[in-house]
Design a protein around this ligand. Structure first.
Ligand code: F6R
Length: 613
Protein backbone atom coordinates (compact mmCIF):
# COMPACT_ATOMS: atom_id res chain seq x y z
CA UNK A 1 0.00 0.00 0.00
CA UNK A 2 2.17 2.78 1.33
CA UNK A 3 5.76 3.17 0.23
CA UNK A 4 8.90 3.45 2.35
CA UNK A 5 12.36 4.62 1.26
CA UNK A 6 15.51 5.15 3.32
CA UNK A 7 19.08 6.23 2.64
CA UNK A 8 22.35 6.39 4.60
CA UNK A 9 25.45 7.59 2.75
CA UNK A 10 27.31 10.66 1.55
CA UNK A 11 24.61 12.12 -0.73
CA UNK A 12 21.84 14.58 0.09
CA UNK A 13 19.66 11.97 1.81
CA UNK A 14 16.28 13.69 1.53
CA UNK A 15 16.82 14.21 -2.22
CA UNK A 16 17.62 10.51 -2.70
CA UNK A 17 14.58 9.54 -0.62
CA UNK A 18 12.30 11.93 -2.52
CA UNK A 19 13.40 10.46 -5.86
CA UNK A 20 12.79 6.96 -4.48
CA UNK A 21 9.33 7.93 -3.23
CA UNK A 22 8.47 9.20 -6.71
CA UNK A 23 9.11 5.69 -8.01
CA UNK A 24 6.78 4.28 -5.33
CA UNK A 25 3.99 6.80 -5.58
CA UNK A 26 1.86 4.14 -7.27
CA UNK A 27 1.64 2.33 -3.93
CA UNK A 28 -0.28 5.06 -2.16
CA UNK A 29 -0.55 8.79 -2.50
CA UNK A 30 -2.76 10.73 -0.17
CA UNK A 31 0.14 12.30 1.70
CA UNK A 32 3.89 11.96 2.06
CA UNK A 33 6.78 12.95 4.29
CA UNK A 34 10.50 12.71 4.97
CA UNK A 35 12.55 12.73 8.19
CA UNK A 36 16.21 13.60 7.93
CA UNK A 37 19.07 13.68 10.42
CA UNK A 38 21.46 16.58 10.41
CA UNK A 39 22.53 16.77 14.01
CA UNK A 40 18.87 17.15 14.90
CA UNK A 41 15.85 15.35 13.52
CA UNK A 42 13.89 17.41 11.00
CA UNK A 43 10.61 16.40 9.35
CA UNK A 44 8.71 17.70 6.34
CA UNK A 45 5.22 16.40 5.48
CA UNK A 46 2.53 17.36 2.99
CA UNK A 47 -1.00 16.33 2.20
CA UNK A 48 -1.84 15.17 -1.32
CA UNK A 49 0.51 14.20 -4.10
CA UNK A 50 4.25 13.95 -3.74
CA UNK A 51 4.64 17.15 -5.75
CA UNK A 52 3.27 19.04 -2.71
CA UNK A 53 6.06 17.64 -0.56
CA UNK A 54 8.58 18.52 -3.24
CA UNK A 55 7.42 22.15 -3.25
CA UNK A 56 7.73 22.33 0.53
CA UNK A 57 11.21 20.84 0.43
CA UNK A 58 12.31 23.41 -2.15
CA UNK A 59 11.17 26.18 0.17
CA UNK A 60 12.76 24.61 3.24
CA UNK A 61 15.30 21.90 2.37
CA UNK A 62 16.10 19.08 4.79
CA UNK A 63 19.89 18.72 4.79
CA UNK A 64 21.46 15.51 6.10
CA UNK A 65 23.06 12.23 5.07
CA UNK A 66 20.48 9.89 6.61
CA UNK A 67 16.75 10.03 5.87
CA UNK A 68 13.57 7.97 5.72
CA UNK A 69 10.41 8.80 3.76
CA UNK A 70 6.91 7.54 3.18
CA UNK A 71 4.00 7.88 0.78
CA UNK A 72 0.75 7.19 2.57
CA UNK A 73 -2.50 5.48 1.60
CA UNK A 74 -4.68 6.12 4.62
CA UNK A 75 -6.01 3.30 6.75
CA UNK A 76 -6.29 4.95 10.20
CA UNK A 77 -6.89 8.68 10.30
CA UNK A 78 -7.95 11.05 7.53
CA UNK A 79 -5.45 11.84 4.77
CA UNK A 80 -4.30 15.17 6.25
CA UNK A 81 -0.80 16.45 7.00
CA UNK A 82 -1.13 15.76 10.74
CA UNK A 83 -1.59 12.06 9.96
CA UNK A 84 1.14 11.85 7.31
CA UNK A 85 4.28 9.89 8.17
CA UNK A 86 6.95 10.19 9.58
CA UNK A 87 5.57 10.48 13.10
CA UNK A 88 7.83 11.94 15.76
CA UNK A 89 7.53 11.64 19.52
CA UNK A 90 7.03 14.74 21.70
CA UNK A 91 10.74 15.22 22.40
CA UNK A 92 11.48 15.07 18.67
CA UNK A 93 13.98 12.26 19.28
CA UNK A 94 12.47 9.47 17.18
CA UNK A 95 10.71 9.38 13.80
CA UNK A 96 8.82 6.37 12.43
CA UNK A 97 7.24 5.38 9.12
CA UNK A 98 5.07 2.29 8.80
CA UNK A 99 3.20 0.22 6.24
CA UNK A 100 0.50 -1.98 7.73
CA UNK A 101 -1.92 -1.69 10.61
CA UNK A 102 -1.18 -1.78 14.35
CA UNK A 103 -4.24 -3.82 15.25
CA UNK A 104 -3.88 -3.25 19.01
CA UNK A 105 -3.17 0.47 18.77
CA UNK A 106 -6.18 1.45 20.90
CA UNK A 107 -5.06 -0.32 24.11
CA UNK A 108 -1.43 0.63 23.44
CA UNK A 109 -2.36 4.28 23.01
CA UNK A 110 -4.50 4.26 26.14
CA UNK A 111 -1.64 2.79 28.13
CA UNK A 112 0.88 5.29 26.75
CA UNK A 113 -1.51 8.18 27.42
CA UNK A 114 -1.84 7.01 31.02
CA UNK A 115 1.94 7.08 31.24
CA UNK A 116 1.90 10.71 30.11
CA UNK A 117 2.50 10.49 26.34
CA UNK A 118 0.57 13.04 24.31
CA UNK A 119 -0.57 12.06 20.82
CA UNK A 120 -0.66 14.47 17.88
CA UNK A 121 -2.24 12.34 15.14
CA UNK A 122 -5.16 9.93 14.68
CA UNK A 123 -2.93 7.20 13.30
CA UNK A 124 -2.06 3.79 14.62
CA UNK A 125 1.59 4.38 13.69
CA UNK A 126 2.19 7.05 16.29
CA UNK A 127 2.06 4.44 19.09
CA UNK A 128 5.25 2.90 17.67
CA UNK A 129 7.06 6.22 18.03
CA UNK A 130 5.98 6.65 21.64
CA UNK A 131 6.86 3.07 22.51
CA UNK A 132 10.39 3.49 21.14
CA UNK A 133 10.75 6.82 22.93
CA UNK A 134 9.63 5.22 26.17
CA UNK A 135 12.24 2.46 25.95
CA UNK A 136 15.00 4.86 24.95
CA UNK A 137 14.10 7.08 27.91
CA UNK A 138 14.49 3.99 30.07
CA UNK A 139 18.11 3.65 28.89
CA UNK A 140 17.90 1.23 25.94
CA UNK A 141 19.80 1.95 22.75
CA UNK A 142 17.81 2.54 19.54
CA UNK A 143 17.92 -1.06 18.26
CA UNK A 144 16.94 -2.51 21.64
CA UNK A 145 14.17 0.05 22.10
CA UNK A 146 12.82 -0.80 18.63
CA UNK A 147 12.89 -4.51 19.40
CA UNK A 148 10.96 -4.02 22.64
CA UNK A 149 8.44 -1.78 20.89
CA UNK A 150 7.96 -4.07 17.88
CA UNK A 151 7.38 -7.09 20.11
CA UNK A 152 4.24 -5.41 21.44
CA UNK A 153 2.63 -4.79 18.06
CA UNK A 154 -0.16 -6.96 16.71
CA UNK A 155 -0.79 -7.10 12.97
CA UNK A 156 1.57 -6.93 10.02
CA UNK A 157 4.09 -4.14 9.57
CA UNK A 158 7.01 -2.82 7.57
CA UNK A 159 8.71 -0.16 9.70
CA UNK A 160 11.63 2.26 9.44
CA UNK A 161 12.95 4.36 12.32
CA UNK A 162 15.57 7.09 12.77
CA UNK A 163 16.66 8.91 15.93
CA UNK A 164 18.93 11.86 16.58
CA UNK A 165 20.32 9.94 19.56
CA UNK A 166 22.08 7.57 17.10
CA UNK A 167 22.20 9.76 14.01
CA UNK A 168 23.97 7.50 11.49
CA UNK A 169 21.39 4.71 11.68
CA UNK A 170 18.16 3.53 10.13
CA UNK A 171 16.37 0.65 11.81
CA UNK A 172 14.11 -1.36 9.50
CA UNK A 173 11.86 -4.28 10.34
CA UNK A 174 9.37 -6.63 8.78
CA UNK A 175 6.65 -8.19 10.91
CA UNK A 176 4.23 -10.41 8.99
CA UNK A 177 3.06 -9.56 5.49
CA UNK A 178 2.73 -5.82 5.11
CA UNK A 179 4.73 -5.52 1.93
CA UNK A 180 8.40 -5.93 1.24
CA UNK A 181 11.31 -4.56 3.25
CA UNK A 182 14.28 -4.47 0.95
CA UNK A 183 17.80 -3.36 1.87
CA UNK A 184 19.79 -2.15 -1.13
CA UNK A 185 23.57 -2.54 -0.81
CA UNK A 186 25.87 0.16 -2.19
CA UNK A 187 29.49 1.23 -1.70
CA UNK A 188 29.77 3.60 1.24
CA UNK A 189 25.99 3.94 1.16
CA UNK A 190 22.99 1.72 1.76
CA UNK A 191 19.31 1.94 0.91
CA UNK A 192 15.96 0.81 2.18
CA UNK A 193 12.75 0.44 0.16
CA UNK A 194 9.44 -1.33 0.12
CA UNK A 195 9.77 -2.08 -3.58
CA UNK A 196 12.66 -2.57 -5.97
CA UNK A 197 12.00 0.30 -8.45
CA UNK A 198 12.67 2.86 -5.69
CA UNK A 199 16.35 1.97 -5.53
CA UNK A 200 17.00 0.32 -8.88
CA UNK A 201 18.94 3.26 -10.28
CA UNK A 202 21.39 3.03 -7.37
CA UNK A 203 21.89 -0.68 -6.83
CA UNK A 204 20.83 -4.09 -8.09
CA UNK A 205 22.15 -5.96 -5.01
CA UNK A 206 19.42 -6.35 -2.46
CA UNK A 207 18.54 -8.30 0.67
CA UNK A 208 14.90 -9.14 1.49
CA UNK A 209 13.89 -9.15 5.15
CA UNK A 210 11.80 -12.09 6.30
CA UNK A 211 9.03 -12.02 8.87
CA UNK A 212 10.28 -10.77 12.28
CA UNK A 213 13.67 -9.69 11.02
CA UNK A 214 15.36 -6.33 11.56
CA UNK A 215 18.21 -4.48 9.88
CA UNK A 216 20.44 -1.79 11.33
CA UNK A 217 21.56 0.23 8.33
CA UNK A 218 24.40 2.79 8.28
CA UNK A 219 26.40 4.20 5.36
CA UNK A 220 29.15 1.59 5.82
CA UNK A 221 27.34 -1.46 7.17
CA UNK A 222 24.12 -3.44 7.46
CA UNK A 223 23.51 -5.81 10.36
CA UNK A 224 20.62 -8.24 10.33
CA UNK A 225 18.97 -9.76 13.38
CA UNK A 226 15.77 -11.47 14.40
CA UNK A 227 13.30 -9.65 16.55
CA UNK A 228 14.53 -11.62 19.57
CA UNK A 229 17.98 -10.07 19.04
CA UNK A 230 19.73 -13.17 17.62
CA UNK A 231 21.91 -12.31 14.60
CA UNK A 232 21.00 -13.71 11.18
CA UNK A 233 23.15 -14.06 8.06
CA UNK A 234 21.40 -12.96 4.85
CA UNK A 235 22.36 -13.52 1.24
CA UNK A 236 22.25 -10.64 -1.25
CA UNK A 237 20.21 -11.26 -4.41
CA UNK A 238 21.14 -9.80 -7.82
CA UNK A 239 18.10 -8.14 -9.42
CA UNK A 240 17.91 -8.60 -13.18
CA UNK A 241 15.66 -5.59 -13.92
CA UNK A 242 17.39 -2.48 -15.17
CA UNK A 243 16.62 1.08 -14.11
CA UNK A 244 15.34 2.16 -17.55
CA UNK A 245 12.55 -0.43 -17.26
CA UNK A 246 11.15 1.49 -14.29
CA UNK A 247 11.08 4.77 -16.21
CA UNK A 248 8.19 6.22 -18.24
CA UNK A 249 10.44 7.06 -21.15
CA UNK A 250 8.63 8.69 -24.09
CA UNK A 251 5.18 7.58 -22.95
CA UNK A 252 2.57 9.76 -21.27
CA UNK A 253 1.61 7.10 -18.75
CA UNK A 254 3.21 4.00 -17.29
CA UNK A 255 0.10 2.03 -18.20
CA UNK A 256 0.48 3.05 -21.84
CA UNK A 257 4.16 2.12 -21.81
CA UNK A 258 3.41 -1.23 -20.22
CA UNK A 259 0.68 -2.01 -22.77
CA UNK A 260 3.19 -1.30 -25.54
CA UNK A 261 5.86 -3.44 -23.88
CA UNK A 262 3.80 -6.60 -24.21
CA UNK A 263 5.34 -8.03 -27.39
CA UNK A 264 8.69 -7.82 -25.62
CA UNK A 265 7.49 -9.15 -22.26
CA UNK A 266 5.77 -12.10 -23.95
CA UNK A 267 8.98 -12.78 -25.85
CA UNK A 268 10.97 -12.69 -22.59
CA UNK A 269 8.44 -15.04 -21.01
CA UNK A 270 9.04 -17.59 -23.76
CA UNK A 271 12.82 -17.16 -23.95
CA UNK A 272 14.75 -20.26 -22.96
CA UNK A 273 11.60 -22.17 -22.00
CA UNK A 274 10.38 -23.55 -25.33
CA UNK A 275 12.30 -25.60 -27.85
CA UNK A 276 10.49 -24.48 -30.98
CA UNK A 277 11.82 -27.45 -32.99
CA UNK A 278 10.63 -30.23 -30.70
CA UNK A 279 7.89 -28.30 -28.92
CA UNK A 280 9.40 -29.30 -25.57
CA UNK A 281 8.83 -26.91 -22.64
CA UNK A 282 11.35 -26.64 -19.79
CA UNK A 283 10.60 -24.75 -16.61
CA UNK A 284 13.87 -24.79 -14.72
CA UNK A 285 12.37 -23.05 -11.70
CA UNK A 286 9.86 -25.89 -11.35
CA UNK A 287 11.89 -29.09 -11.74
CA UNK A 288 9.58 -32.13 -11.86
CA UNK A 289 10.04 -35.76 -12.81
CA UNK A 290 7.31 -37.48 -14.86
CA UNK A 291 6.41 -39.49 -11.73
CA UNK A 292 6.04 -36.31 -9.66
CA UNK A 293 3.90 -34.72 -12.36
CA UNK A 294 1.74 -37.85 -12.59
CA UNK A 295 1.22 -37.83 -8.81
CA UNK A 296 -0.49 -34.43 -8.86
CA UNK A 297 -4.20 -35.04 -8.37
CA UNK A 298 -5.44 -31.47 -8.21
CA UNK A 299 -4.22 -27.93 -8.68
CA UNK A 300 -5.96 -25.10 -6.84
CA UNK A 301 -5.16 -21.72 -8.36
CA UNK A 302 -5.60 -18.67 -6.14
CA UNK A 303 -5.12 -14.95 -6.74
CA UNK A 304 -6.79 -11.54 -6.44
CA UNK A 305 -8.10 -8.97 -8.92
CA UNK A 306 -6.70 -9.13 -12.43
CA UNK A 307 -4.54 -12.08 -11.43
CA UNK A 308 -7.73 -13.90 -10.39
CA UNK A 309 -9.08 -13.50 -13.93
CA UNK A 310 -5.86 -15.02 -15.27
CA UNK A 311 -6.64 -17.92 -12.93
CA UNK A 312 -9.86 -18.66 -14.84
CA UNK A 313 -7.93 -18.88 -18.10
CA UNK A 314 -5.38 -21.06 -16.31
CA UNK A 315 -8.04 -23.50 -15.19
CA UNK A 316 -9.19 -23.98 -18.76
CA UNK A 317 -5.63 -24.31 -20.14
CA UNK A 318 -4.20 -26.68 -17.54
CA UNK A 319 -7.21 -28.99 -17.60
CA UNK A 320 -7.09 -29.05 -21.40
CA UNK A 321 -3.33 -29.38 -21.90
CA UNK A 322 -2.32 -31.44 -18.87
CA UNK A 323 -5.44 -33.36 -17.92
CA UNK A 324 -5.20 -32.31 -14.25
CA UNK A 325 -8.26 -31.31 -12.26
CA UNK A 326 -8.05 -27.62 -11.50
CA UNK A 327 -10.17 -25.61 -9.10
CA UNK A 328 -9.92 -21.87 -8.69
CA UNK A 329 -10.62 -19.41 -5.94
CA UNK A 330 -10.17 -15.83 -4.93
CA UNK A 331 -7.26 -15.88 -2.48
CA UNK A 332 -9.33 -13.67 -0.19
CA UNK A 333 -12.03 -16.36 0.06
CA UNK A 334 -9.92 -19.51 -0.01
CA UNK A 335 -8.58 -19.33 3.52
CA UNK A 336 -11.95 -18.70 5.12
CA UNK A 337 -13.73 -21.79 3.86
CA UNK A 338 -11.65 -24.62 5.29
CA UNK A 339 -10.54 -25.80 1.83
CA UNK A 340 -9.81 -29.45 1.08
CA UNK A 341 -6.06 -29.73 0.47
CA UNK A 342 -3.72 -32.71 0.84
CA UNK A 343 -0.21 -33.75 -0.15
CA UNK A 344 -1.37 -34.49 -3.71
CA UNK A 345 -2.73 -30.98 -4.12
CA UNK A 346 -0.71 -28.12 -5.56
CA UNK A 347 -1.68 -24.60 -4.52
CA UNK A 348 -0.66 -22.32 -7.38
CA UNK A 349 -0.67 -18.63 -6.50
CA UNK A 350 -0.54 -15.91 -9.12
CA UNK A 351 0.71 -12.48 -8.13
CA UNK A 352 2.41 -9.66 -9.96
CA UNK A 353 3.72 -8.00 -6.81
CA UNK A 354 4.27 -11.15 -4.79
CA UNK A 355 3.19 -9.18 -1.72
CA UNK A 356 -0.63 -9.34 -1.85
CA UNK A 357 -1.59 -10.23 1.70
CA UNK A 358 -4.58 -12.44 0.81
CA UNK A 359 -2.56 -14.42 -1.72
CA UNK A 360 0.17 -14.99 0.84
CA UNK A 361 -2.38 -16.06 3.43
CA UNK A 362 -3.91 -18.52 0.94
CA UNK A 363 -0.48 -20.05 0.35
CA UNK A 364 0.08 -20.32 4.08
CA UNK A 365 -3.29 -22.05 4.46
CA UNK A 366 -2.24 -24.48 1.70
CA UNK A 367 1.05 -25.11 3.52
CA UNK A 368 -0.73 -25.77 6.83
CA UNK A 369 -2.85 -28.40 5.12
CA UNK A 370 0.15 -30.15 3.57
CA UNK A 371 -0.18 -28.98 -0.04
CA UNK A 372 2.71 -28.15 -2.36
CA UNK A 373 3.13 -24.44 -3.06
CA UNK A 374 3.84 -23.09 -6.54
CA UNK A 375 3.59 -19.57 -7.83
CA UNK A 376 3.70 -17.46 -10.96
CA UNK A 377 5.12 -14.17 -9.73
CA UNK A 378 6.71 -11.09 -11.26
CA UNK A 379 8.83 -9.74 -8.42
CA UNK A 380 11.90 -11.80 -7.75
CA UNK A 381 12.55 -12.22 -4.02
CA UNK A 382 9.02 -11.13 -3.06
CA UNK A 383 7.19 -12.92 -0.24
CA UNK A 384 5.18 -15.12 -2.63
CA UNK A 385 8.36 -16.06 -4.46
CA UNK A 386 10.18 -16.92 -1.26
CA UNK A 387 7.43 -18.99 0.32
CA UNK A 388 6.88 -21.14 -2.80
CA UNK A 389 8.36 -24.61 -3.29
CA UNK A 390 8.57 -23.83 -7.00
CA UNK A 391 8.01 -20.56 -8.85
CA UNK A 392 7.80 -19.31 -12.42
CA UNK A 393 9.12 -15.76 -12.68
CA UNK A 394 6.98 -13.77 -15.11
CA UNK A 395 9.74 -11.84 -16.90
CA UNK A 396 7.37 -8.90 -17.40
CA UNK A 397 9.82 -6.42 -15.87
CA UNK A 398 8.70 -3.79 -13.36
CA UNK A 399 4.99 -2.94 -13.62
CA UNK A 400 4.36 0.53 -12.24
CA UNK A 401 0.91 1.51 -13.60
CA UNK A 402 -1.66 0.56 -10.97
CA UNK A 403 -3.81 -1.22 -13.55
CA UNK A 404 -2.09 -4.47 -14.39
CA UNK A 405 -1.49 -5.08 -18.10
CA UNK A 406 1.77 -6.70 -19.12
CA UNK A 407 1.82 -8.90 -16.01
CA UNK A 408 -1.59 -10.26 -17.07
CA UNK A 409 -0.46 -11.31 -20.54
CA UNK A 410 2.82 -12.67 -19.16
CA UNK A 411 0.77 -14.73 -16.71
CA UNK A 412 -1.48 -16.11 -19.44
CA UNK A 413 1.62 -17.10 -21.39
CA UNK A 414 3.15 -18.72 -18.31
CA UNK A 415 -0.05 -20.65 -17.62
CA UNK A 416 0.00 -21.93 -21.19
CA UNK A 417 3.64 -23.00 -20.73
CA UNK A 418 2.78 -24.67 -17.41
CA UNK A 419 -0.08 -26.54 -19.08
CA UNK A 420 2.24 -27.75 -21.85
CA UNK A 421 5.00 -28.66 -19.38
CA UNK A 422 2.68 -30.75 -17.20
CA UNK A 423 0.94 -32.21 -20.26
CA UNK A 424 4.30 -33.37 -21.65
CA UNK A 425 5.49 -34.81 -18.33
CA UNK A 426 2.17 -36.61 -17.78
CA UNK A 427 2.12 -37.98 -21.31
CA UNK A 428 -1.11 -36.15 -22.17
CA UNK A 429 0.38 -34.00 -24.94
CA UNK A 430 1.71 -35.77 -28.00
CA UNK A 431 4.89 -34.67 -29.77
CA UNK A 432 2.89 -33.46 -32.76
CA UNK A 433 0.50 -31.58 -30.47
CA UNK A 434 3.43 -29.98 -28.66
CA UNK A 435 5.03 -28.85 -31.89
CA UNK A 436 1.77 -27.28 -33.05
CA UNK A 437 1.35 -25.38 -29.79
CA UNK A 438 4.99 -24.27 -29.77
CA UNK A 439 4.54 -22.91 -33.31
CA UNK A 440 1.49 -20.97 -32.10
CA UNK A 441 3.49 -19.59 -29.18
CA UNK A 442 6.33 -18.53 -31.47
CA UNK A 443 3.92 -16.22 -33.31
CA UNK A 444 2.50 -14.65 -30.15
CA UNK A 445 4.91 -11.69 -29.69
CA UNK A 446 4.48 -10.76 -33.35
CA UNK A 447 0.67 -10.93 -33.09
CA UNK A 448 0.71 -8.78 -29.97
CA UNK A 449 2.85 -6.30 -31.89
CA UNK A 450 0.27 -6.26 -34.70
CA UNK A 451 -2.52 -5.36 -32.27
CA UNK A 452 -0.47 -2.41 -31.09
CA UNK A 453 0.70 -1.29 -34.51
CA UNK A 454 -2.66 -1.64 -36.25
CA UNK A 455 -4.14 1.77 -37.00
CA UNK A 456 -7.44 0.10 -37.94
CA UNK A 457 -8.87 0.21 -34.44
CA UNK A 458 -9.85 3.76 -33.60
CA UNK A 459 -9.91 3.69 -29.81
CA UNK A 460 -9.87 7.46 -29.57
CA UNK A 461 -12.98 7.74 -31.75
CA UNK A 462 -14.78 5.18 -29.55
CA UNK A 463 -13.70 7.09 -26.47
CA UNK A 464 -15.00 10.31 -28.00
CA UNK A 465 -18.37 8.70 -28.67
CA UNK A 466 -18.86 6.83 -25.43
CA UNK A 467 -16.77 8.41 -22.67
CA UNK A 468 -19.87 9.89 -21.05
CA UNK A 469 -21.72 6.60 -20.78
CA UNK A 470 -22.32 5.44 -17.24
CA UNK A 471 -22.40 1.68 -17.83
CA UNK A 472 -20.74 -0.86 -20.11
CA UNK A 473 -21.28 -4.60 -20.50
CA UNK A 474 -18.55 -7.00 -21.64
CA UNK A 475 -19.63 -10.43 -22.92
CA UNK A 476 -17.47 -13.44 -23.71
CA UNK A 477 -17.68 -17.21 -23.70
CA UNK A 478 -15.26 -20.02 -22.97
CA UNK A 479 -11.69 -18.81 -22.68
CA UNK A 480 -12.77 -15.29 -23.53
CA UNK A 481 -15.24 -15.00 -20.66
CA UNK A 482 -12.38 -14.15 -18.23
CA UNK A 483 -11.19 -11.62 -20.80
CA UNK A 484 -14.64 -9.97 -20.69
CA UNK A 485 -14.24 -9.78 -16.90
CA UNK A 486 -10.78 -8.27 -17.27
CA UNK A 487 -11.93 -5.78 -19.93
CA UNK A 488 -14.67 -4.60 -17.55
CA UNK A 489 -12.25 -4.35 -14.62
CA UNK A 490 -9.75 -2.31 -16.64
CA UNK A 491 -12.48 0.10 -17.69
CA UNK A 492 -13.96 0.60 -14.25
CA UNK A 493 -10.71 0.95 -12.35
CA UNK A 494 -9.14 3.65 -14.49
CA UNK A 495 -12.13 5.49 -16.01
CA UNK A 496 -14.66 4.99 -13.15
CA UNK A 497 -17.33 3.91 -15.64
CA UNK A 498 -19.40 1.11 -14.15
CA UNK A 499 -18.69 -2.00 -16.20
CA UNK A 500 -19.70 -5.63 -15.82
CA UNK A 501 -18.18 -8.67 -17.44
CA UNK A 502 -20.55 -11.56 -18.03
CA UNK A 503 -20.50 -15.04 -19.54
CA UNK A 504 -22.49 -14.39 -22.71
CA UNK A 505 -24.68 -17.47 -22.29
CA UNK A 506 -25.94 -16.11 -18.98
CA UNK A 507 -27.16 -12.87 -20.55
CA UNK A 508 -30.70 -14.05 -21.03
CA UNK A 509 -30.90 -15.06 -17.37
CA UNK A 510 -30.86 -11.46 -16.17
CA UNK A 511 -28.49 -8.83 -17.58
CA UNK A 512 -30.41 -8.63 -20.85
CA UNK A 513 -32.86 -6.46 -18.91
CA UNK A 514 -30.19 -3.76 -18.79
CA UNK A 515 -29.87 -3.38 -22.52
CA UNK A 516 -31.22 -0.27 -24.15
CA UNK A 517 -29.94 2.37 -26.57
CA UNK A 518 -27.63 3.79 -23.90
CA UNK A 519 -25.77 0.58 -23.16
CA UNK A 520 -22.52 -0.14 -25.02
CA UNK A 521 -21.91 -3.89 -25.05
CA UNK A 522 -18.45 -5.15 -25.90
CA UNK A 523 -18.91 -8.63 -27.41
CA UNK A 524 -15.87 -10.86 -27.81
CA UNK A 525 -16.49 -12.77 -31.06
CA UNK A 526 -13.22 -14.28 -32.28
CA UNK A 527 -13.46 -17.33 -34.54
CA UNK A 528 -13.45 -20.21 -32.07
CA UNK A 529 -15.72 -23.09 -31.06
CA UNK A 530 -18.36 -20.75 -29.63
CA UNK A 531 -18.30 -18.26 -32.52
CA UNK A 532 -21.84 -19.01 -33.72
CA UNK A 533 -23.21 -18.78 -30.19
CA UNK A 534 -21.56 -15.39 -29.75
CA UNK A 535 -23.08 -14.16 -33.00
CA UNK A 536 -26.50 -14.95 -31.62
CA UNK A 537 -25.67 -12.82 -28.54
CA UNK A 538 -24.73 -9.94 -30.84
CA UNK A 539 -28.13 -10.31 -32.54
CA UNK A 540 -29.90 -10.24 -29.21
CA UNK A 541 -28.14 -7.07 -28.09
CA UNK A 542 -28.85 -5.37 -31.42
CA UNK A 543 -32.50 -6.36 -31.39
CA UNK A 544 -32.84 -4.49 -28.08
CA UNK A 545 -31.10 -1.41 -29.51
CA UNK A 546 -27.90 -1.95 -27.52
CA UNK A 547 -24.66 -0.52 -28.94
CA UNK A 548 -22.50 -3.43 -30.09
CA UNK A 549 -18.74 -3.04 -30.07
CA UNK A 550 -17.59 -6.39 -31.44
CA UNK A 551 -14.10 -7.73 -31.01
CA UNK A 552 -13.54 -9.89 -34.09
CA UNK A 553 -10.81 -11.49 -36.13
CA UNK A 554 -9.55 -9.32 -38.98
CA UNK A 555 -11.76 -9.37 -42.03
CA UNK A 556 -14.87 -10.72 -40.29
CA UNK A 557 -17.36 -8.73 -42.35
CA UNK A 558 -20.30 -10.87 -41.23
CA UNK A 559 -20.08 -9.76 -37.59
CA UNK A 560 -19.05 -6.24 -38.63
CA UNK A 561 -22.38 -5.85 -40.44
CA UNK A 562 -24.32 -6.77 -37.32
CA UNK A 563 -22.33 -4.42 -35.06
CA UNK A 564 -22.09 -0.67 -34.50
CA UNK A 565 -18.30 -0.82 -34.23
CA UNK A 566 -15.59 -3.43 -34.52
CA UNK A 567 -12.24 -3.86 -32.87
CA UNK A 568 -10.25 -6.31 -34.90
CA UNK A 569 -7.47 -8.61 -33.82
CA UNK A 570 -5.21 -10.89 -35.86
CA UNK A 571 -6.04 -14.58 -35.84
CA UNK A 572 -4.16 -16.50 -33.14
CA UNK A 573 -4.44 -20.09 -31.93
CA UNK A 574 -7.80 -20.24 -30.08
CA UNK A 575 -6.06 -21.15 -26.81
CA UNK A 576 -3.88 -18.03 -27.15
CA UNK A 577 -6.56 -15.65 -28.39
CA UNK A 578 -7.17 -14.28 -24.86
CA UNK A 579 -3.62 -12.87 -24.84
CA UNK A 580 -4.28 -10.92 -28.00
CA UNK A 581 -7.88 -9.95 -27.27
CA UNK A 582 -7.11 -8.44 -23.88
CA UNK A 583 -4.57 -6.00 -25.32
CA UNK A 584 -7.40 -4.45 -27.36
CA UNK A 585 -9.53 -4.06 -24.24
CA UNK A 586 -6.62 -2.54 -22.30
CA UNK A 587 -6.29 0.09 -25.03
CA UNK A 588 -10.04 0.76 -25.05
CA UNK A 589 -9.99 1.34 -21.28
CA UNK A 590 -6.85 3.47 -21.54
CA UNK A 591 -8.23 5.85 -24.17
CA UNK A 592 -11.57 6.06 -22.39
CA UNK A 593 -9.81 7.09 -19.15
CA UNK A 594 -7.61 9.61 -20.96
CA UNK A 595 -10.68 11.15 -22.63
CA UNK A 596 -12.39 11.46 -19.27
CA UNK A 597 -9.30 13.18 -17.88
CA UNK A 598 -8.77 10.49 -15.24
CA UNK A 599 -5.45 9.88 -13.55
CA UNK A 600 -4.56 6.72 -15.44
CA UNK A 601 -1.51 5.64 -13.45
CA UNK A 602 -2.91 6.49 -10.04
CA UNK A 603 -6.65 5.76 -10.06
CA UNK A 604 -8.53 6.96 -7.01
CA UNK A 605 -8.67 4.67 -3.96
CA UNK A 606 -6.44 2.05 -5.59
CA UNK A 607 -2.92 0.99 -4.75
CA UNK A 608 -0.63 -1.25 -6.72
CA UNK A 609 0.13 -3.73 -4.04
CA UNK A 610 -2.56 -4.60 -1.50
CA UNK A 611 -0.74 -5.51 1.68
CA UNK A 612 -3.58 -4.98 4.15
CA UNK A 613 -6.82 -6.97 4.39
C1 F6R B 1 -6.04 -4.53 -11.41
C2 F6R B 1 -4.95 -4.94 -10.54
C3 F6R B 1 -5.30 -5.64 -9.28
C4 F6R B 1 -4.26 -6.74 -8.97
C5 F6R B 1 -4.54 -7.38 -7.61
C6 F6R B 1 -3.57 -8.51 -7.31
O1 F6R B 1 -5.57 -3.96 -12.59
O2 F6R B 1 -3.82 -4.70 -10.82
O3 F6R B 1 -6.58 -6.18 -9.33
O4 F6R B 1 -4.30 -7.68 -9.99
O5 F6R B 1 -4.46 -6.42 -6.60
O6 F6R B 1 -2.26 -8.06 -7.29
P1 F6R B 1 -1.03 -9.02 -7.43
O7 F6R B 1 -1.09 -9.66 -8.78
O8 F6R B 1 0.17 -8.15 -7.26
O9 F6R B 1 -1.15 -10.06 -6.34
Amino acid sequence: MCGIVGYAGAKDASAVVLEGLKKLEYRGYDSAGIASLNGRLAICRAQGKLSNLEIKLKEKPLPGRVAIGHTRWATHGAPVERNAHPHADESGRVAVVQNGIVENFIPLRAQLQQEGHRFKSDTDTEVITHLIDKYMAAGHDLAAACRLAFQQLEGAHAIAVVSDQEPGKIIAARLGHAGGVIVGLGHGENYLASDIPAILEHTQRVVFLEDREMAVITAGSVEFARLDGSPVTKEAVGITWDAAAADKGRYRHFMQKEIYEQPQSIQSTLRGRVDFTTGRVTLEELPLSPAEAAAIERIVIVACGTSAYAVLVGQFLIERLAGVRVSVDYASEFRYRNPLVDAKTVILAISQSGETVDTLAALEEGRRKGGKLWSIVNVQGSAVHRISDGAILMQAGPEIGVASTKAFTATLTDLFLLGMYLGQLRGVLTEAGSRELAAALARLPELAGQVLADGGNDYEALAELYHQKEHFLFLGRGLNYPIALEGALKLKEISYIHAEGYPAGEMKHGPIALIDRDMPVVCLVPKDNVYEKMISQVEQVRSRNGIVIALVNEGDEGVAKKSNHVLSIPRAHPLLTPVIAVITLQLLAYYMAVRRGADVDQPRNLAKSVTVE
